[in-house]
Design a protein around this ligand. Structure first.
Ligand code: TRP
Length: 490
């Protein structure tokens, strides 16, 4: 079986994939989570480790996803099944695609609630609803926003409708067209925000905070958080990148596009830090304020500054767009699958997926008010969705895809999709076979809390483990009919 799948749709422009995938990757994770994690885990050292994780785990797995998508030309379920079959493997492997698609869907069901916060704060800055003078006032505004299910529901519904509208309009006319103005727009707004931060009076402190490397300040916890975040921020293992990869033209280089997306994603995260921390420092606030940094500390900081509300509005507009371009990518896998495999038109597929999504996201939204009592094991619907996806489905999906690419799929397939030089190909194979899986297993063990990890002291053991895995794997694989790295032939 060597005939390649014919694509039904391709990105129109040369930048189509890069803009859409960067749009997926750049989201609340970059602008909301990354800055507060950097704050919590001690600044520059965390940034450095995070960069290493992007390179060692994020980039290789992103290449796997794009290659699966482009080779199989379809939703995660169909694409993975086709690539497995091309390798002489059974249809069962498509379960991995099912999990990825479901994962994207579940993430979106609580992501729209957080995106709703961004939209509602945009409205508040414009309409003057953010008046208050203390952190307590801001906390009260945030709480009031969440306490009313109609208000909160209105915003998450708005995000859902906007998402389904864009996706329903099609890959080229909906997704590609919207990202091709939203992404440049976001970069411009971010640049304006940094310009503002330069004159805020706290810029030097902000830069020092982000870029001063004090390795002593890095905890083992920070290390694992960086690893987990590398996964989240690149939108991996949730069907988004894989499905976008299905629309990538044959001649595009997967390695080059992956690096472009990873670099752009990282730059935006750092730029967001440069926009936020100076303003926080200029007002003598705590950079380690946690999740409330964006919705409580920041509005208060802006208020105290000249033309602060205008810049706060720009900031929340940028945040809303970042969330929207991520949201559309999370549901695209489901819509593509309904459209292709079930023969449902894109528009119908989009609105019916949207309806299911809306039901689930409403349950998540109610966690903050009416459903405050609906808990299981102490967690709300919202927490459960987050927990299941980020602690289980994403790591397991990523692990599955890495191992599948490394050991199960015929080497010739990835070799031809990736088009790397023999040396780079071997490096990639080494990463997906051993380094990424080991990293994921570590995140997993840590999040289950079974063993207490202290990587600062245990790193020699880890290196030994990696060596053991590598030697064992390289010894075992030829005996199961797949090639070893060193042979490099397909
Ligand atoms: N990368 C997104 C962010 O940084 C979040 C995200 C995680 C995501 N998984 C995804 C986005 C899947 C789209 C699809 O905010």
């Amino acid at each position: 079986m060597t005939s390649r799948q014919q694509p039904k749709t391709l990105w129109l422009g040369r930048w189509g994939f890069i803009l859409a995938a960067t749009g997926s990757a750049v989201g609340l994770g970059n602008i909301w989570k990354f800055p507060y994690m950097t704050g919590e885990y001690g600044g520059g050292a965390f940034v450095l480790v995070y960069l290493a994780c992007i390179l060692a785990v994020g980039v290789p797995i992103m290449m796997v996803e794009i290659a699966f998508g482009r080779r199989g030309r379809g939703s995660p379920i169909d694409a993975i099944r086709r690539v497995a079959q091309e390798s002489g493997r059974g249809r069962g492997w498509s379960l991995l695609g099912w999990m990825a698609m479901l994962c994207g869907f579940l993430i979106l069901s609580f992501y729209v609630v957080v995106a709703g916060w961004a939209f509602s704060y945009l409205w508040k800055t414009v309409s003057g609803g953010l008046a208050g003078s203390s952190v307590d006032d801001m906390a009260a505004i945030f709480a009031a926003n969440n306490a009313n299910p109609w208000v909160l529901g209105f915003w998450s519904t708005l995000v859902t409708v906007a998402t389904m509208f864009i996706v329903g309009t099609g890959v080229q006319k909906g997704i590609e067209r919207s990202v091709s103005w939203m992404m440049p727009g976001m970069v411009v707004m971010l640049a304006i925000m940094i310009g503002y931060a330069v004159f805020s009076g706290g810029f030097g402190q902000g830069v020092a905070f982000l870029f001063s490397f004090d390795l002593g300040s890095l905890s083992s916890e920070g290390l694992l958080a960086a690893l987990g975040h590398a996964f989240f921020t690149l939108s991996l293992a949730s069907g988004a990148i894989l499905t976008y990869g299905a629309y990538l033209p044959d001649h595009s280089s997967i390695a080059r596009t992956t690096f472009t997306v990873a670099i752009a994603d990282t730059l935006v995260a750092l730029m967001a830090g440069l926009a936020i921390f100076p303003v926080i420092f200029a007002n003598g606030m705590d950079p380690a304020a946690g999740p409330g940094l964006l919705f409580m500390s920041l509005p208060l900081a802006f208020q105290a500054m000249p033309m602060g509300m205008l810049f706060a509005a720009i900031f929340f507009l940028m945040l809303s767009m970042a969330a929207l371009t991520s949201a559309i990518s999370m549901i695209e896998a489901t819509v593509a699958w309904l459209n292709e495999s079930r023969g449902i038109s894109r528009v119908t597929a989009s609105w019916s997926a949207g309806l299911v999504l809306w039901t689930l996201s409403t349950l998540a939204m109610l966690s903050f008010n009416v459903g405050a009592e609906w808990t299981l094991a102490g967690m709300h619907v919202f927490d459960w969705l987050d927990y299941l996806t980020s602690r289980f489905m994403m790591p397991l999906g990523g692990l599955g895809m890495a191992l599948m690419a490394g050991f199960v799929i015929r080497n010739a397939i990835f070799r031809s999709e990736l088009g790397l030089s023999p040396g780079s190909y071997s490096a990639w194979l080494f990463m997906v076979r051993y380094v990424s899986p080991l990293g994921i297993v570590l995140i997993f063990i840590d999040s289950l809390g079974l063993v207490s990890l202290d990587l600062g002291r245990q790193w020699p053991w880890l290196l030994a483990l990696l060596a053991l895995f590598t030697l064992g794997g390289e010894w075992l694989t030829p005996r199961f009919g797949r090639q070893r790295i060193v042979q490099g032939r397909s």
